[in-house]
Unconditional design. Structure first.
Length: 403
């Protein structure tokens, strides 16, 4: 028996979940296929990642009715401090330089996943299939047919790949990907500390890569420690005491004594860009379309922009009676998002190249630049607006507006 929908979304994380919730709430029948069941997985596995949610991404989550469930797992970012190694030059931001709202929030990944799983499970017009696996995808002239491993068959005019860097949906369409290995590993963990963080995020650029300390609820912070690929395995093999000693050497004493709050994880870092964001009856969003270095904390935010933009195009097409998987609809989505994503990819790639080295003249130029920008309010405001996601052609959801 075949089940028919308007849209099939493969991937039930924050990007695919936001897209699916927005569509279902606008009257579009959606199926979400997730190879994991987030609710069940969270019982057995702790997820140490701390995810940055920019102001506009928070507005999108609020617009689909999700933020109230996410808020208990989130801490606002009210100040940001950027430092280059041991240089006295720093760049300091305060959210009140722009307005009363925070730059964004740092959210515990497991809390975010739990909120999305619950919201999708209770949303009318949305079928959440998890844990389920896709066996094959066939795109015909009028519809996409998705065969599941368990034998169930789904069909829709459009399939969306929100299934990450190794996207099966992208591979099924033969869309090529440009990749670049940064030869860096992101070591992520959560720490508890004696003193309050004051809702301040720290980005400390070290020769091996950025070291970020991100505020979480309570006296806890998420750490994203970028290390050289050849050194990271030895650090990960350390016992808790040895690992904490290495961590403390980079973290410092400004928050008092620190202790590990859960396990640690390591993720290789790379640049990735799909050659196309769409093919007939198929669209890509988030890491399936582009994946960037976490140096600016914008990966998920750019994915949420994709989801918001695609939702807007699909809902418009539905109301006009257009083919949801037609080239006109998908090309308009791709034109909207590709340039914006290219700019962010170029910016994050440039930051990594600029700061992940100890070349004397370049380091001097960095320090002069940090000090100069710190004394230039217009430049600081521009960088702040970019960090908050306020620049560019924003989709309605990211303005907090309904579809």
């Amino acid at each position: 028996m075949m089940r028919a929908f308007d849209v099939i979304v493969v991937g039930g994380g924050p990007v695919g979940g936001t897209l699916a919730l927005a569509l279902a709430q606008a009257g579009v029948a959606v199926a979400v296929i997730d190879h994991e069941d987030p609710a069940a997985e969270l019982v057995a596995q702790f997820d140490a990642r701390a995810l940055a949610v920019a102001l506009t991404a928070q507005r999108a989550m609020k617009a689909v009715g999700l933020w109230s469930a996410v808020a208990p797992y989130a801490a606002p970012i009210e100040r940001i401090r950027v430092a280059d190694g041991n240089s006295p030059a720093t760049l300091n931001y305060h959210h009140e330089e722009i307005g009363p709202e925070p730059f964004g929030w740092i959210v515990e990944s497991q809390g975010l996943r739990r909120a999305f799983a619950a919201a999708m499970g209770g949303q009318t017009g949305l079928a959440r299939l998890a844990p389920r696996k896709v066996a094959s995808i066939e795109r015909g002239p009028g519809a996409v047919t998705v065969s599941m491993v368990d034998g169930e068959i789904l069909s829709a005019p459009l399939i969306v790949g929100a299934d990450g860097r190794r996207s099966m949906v992208r591979e099924s369409a033969g869309i090529e990907v440009e990749k670049r290995d940064y030869r860096q590993i992101a070591i992520v963990c959560t720490v508890a500390h004696e003193l309050p963080h004051g809702n301040m995020a720290h980005e400390h650029f070290l020769p091996a890569g950025p070291f970020a300390i991100l505020p979480l609820p309570g006296n806890r912070s998420g750490v994203v420690w970028t290390e050289r690929a050849e050194l990271a395995p030895a650090i990960m093999r350390e016992d808790d005491a040895g690992f904490l000693s290495e961590l403390h050497a980079r973290f410092g004493d400004f928050l008092g004594r620190i202790a590990l709050d859960g396990p640690r994880f390591a993720h290789p870092l790379s640049f990735q860009l799909a050659s196309a964001y769409w093919a007939p009856r198929l669209a890509l969003v988030g890491d399936a379309a582009h994946a960037m270095h976490p140096v600016a904390g914008q990966g998920m935010n750019m994915g949420l922009r994709d989801a918001s933009a695609l939702a807007e195009r699909i809902v418009e097409a539905k109301r006009l009676g257009l083919d949801l998987g037609g080239g006109e609809v998908l090309e308009r989505y791709a034109r909207w998002r590709r340039f914006d994503n290219l700019l962010m990819l170029a910016m994050t790639d440039g930051l990594v190249r600029l700061f992940s080295n100890e070349i004397g003249p370049l380091r001097l130029a960095r320090d002069i630049g940090l000090a100069a920008v710190n004394r230039m309010p217009p430049a600081k405001r521009l960088f702040t607006r970019h960090a908050m996601g306020l620049e560019g052609d924003l989709p309605r959801l990211m303005k907090g507006e309904p579809l």
